[in-house]
Design a protein around this ligand. Structure first.
Ligand SMILES: Nc1ncnc2c1ncn2[C@@H]1O[C@H](COP(=O)(O)OP(=O)(O)OP(=O)(O)O)[C@@H](O)[C@H]1O
Ligand SMILES: [Mg+2]
Length: 296
């Protein structure tokens, strides 16, 4: 059975993309799983973590990115040549089993989305409200994009943009679980709680059985200011606020090899497998699989 995950945090720069690509790579390399990375962020960081800008440029010129598939859902009346399987890049980083659905710097046009949904509302016979049409669209968007390929993978990992945009909400609805990377800092705790509240609201708005549950919070250590005694105090507060099964025991240390890996368009766990960061991602992957066994 395929399990679908979203990596989310409203805060930027906390390590969402780094976690997504390194976890995906470890699942394939160390545990022989079939994994698809989906890049839902117009910063295309996940795409460029496994693919050079030149290769991405070629895909974009050929319209072989997620943006084509999103437009297909928004404007189904346009006849199309390609569908989801045509967009997937197989064996990225020369690793059979690791596939990518590349993102794009322009994923969708908000004006076209609003216009299309407004027209749909006006044409609906049963006087549906605009808000209802919008919710239905969000619910369907990522689910319908993943539908044709989901059986081909053990895990689909979607890397979301910071904030809480349409694609993130649609990804949450299409997911079985979400992963929450965070820095152990006071404000990031507030961010986690805000996100939890929003997801609860989303569950109430959609079908509660369809929405994702938190698999766990992964702490990416900040180093510098937030280390030593102060770090221990913050971690103590976190442990009081969250049930232990929602926290991964493995934390990811700051490691310059992890940051540098993007230069080579290869995740750190492949380029520097013995660095402290890479070893932590390996350990985290084991814990990820154990957690899944206990909740599925
Ligand atoms: N363990 C680590 N050690 C060193 N650098 C790291 C580590 N994890 C992430 N980084 C670096 O921190 C920066 C932010 O990480 P990343 O892009 O994964 O965050 P993000 O949450 O996806 O950001 P955004 O919100 O912009 O999508 C990147 O430059 C990344 O290389
Ligand atoms: Mg990112």
């Amino acid at each position: 059975m395929t399990l679908v995950f979203s990596t989310i945090n409203m805060k930027g720069g906390v390590g969402k993309t780094t976690l997504t690509v390194n976890l995906a790579t470890c699942l394939v390399r160390d545990h022989q799983k079939r994994v698809l990375i989906v890049d839902l962020d117009s910063q295309i960081s996940a795409t460029l973590s496994v693919l050079s800008p030149q290769d991405f440029g070629k895909l974009r010129r050929g319209r072989r990115t997620l943006s084509y598939l999103i437009d297909k859902v928004i404007r189904p009346y346009i006849v199309r040549k390609f569908s989801t399987p045509d967009m997937i890049l197989k064996s990225v980083c020369d690793l059979p089993g690791l596939d990518l659905l590349p993102g794009d710097i322009e994923l969708y046009d908000e004006y076209i989305v609003a216009e299309t949904l407004y027209k749909r509302t006006a044409e609906a016979a049963d006087s549906q409200k605009f808000a209802e049409v919008w919710v239905q669209f969000e619910k369907k968007l990522m689910q319908s994009i993943l539908e044709p390929i989901r059986d081909q993978y053990d895990y689909v990992l979607m890397d979301c943009a910071p904030g809480y945009n349409l694609l993130t909400r649609s990804a949450i609805v299409a997911s079985d679980f979400y992963l929450l990377p965070a820095r152990p800092e006071p404000l990031s705790l507030v961010g986690i709680q805000l996100l939890q509240q929003r997801i609860a609201k989303l569950k109430a708005q959609y079908d509660p059985t369809l929405t994702a549950n938190l698999l766990g919070i992964v702490f990416i250590l900040s180093g510098g200011l937030f280390s030593g005694r102060y770090y221990s105090q913050v971690m103590q507060r976190i442990k009081q606020d969250f049930e232990p099964n929602y926290l991964f025991d493995t934390t990811i240390p700051m490691d310059v090899n992890v940051a540098k890996a993007v230069d080579g368009f290869t995740p750190a766990v492949l380029s520097t497998p013995n660095s402290s960061g890479s070893r932590a991602f390996g350990k985290l992957t084991g814990e990820f699989l154990e957690k899944l066994l206990s909740v599925t």
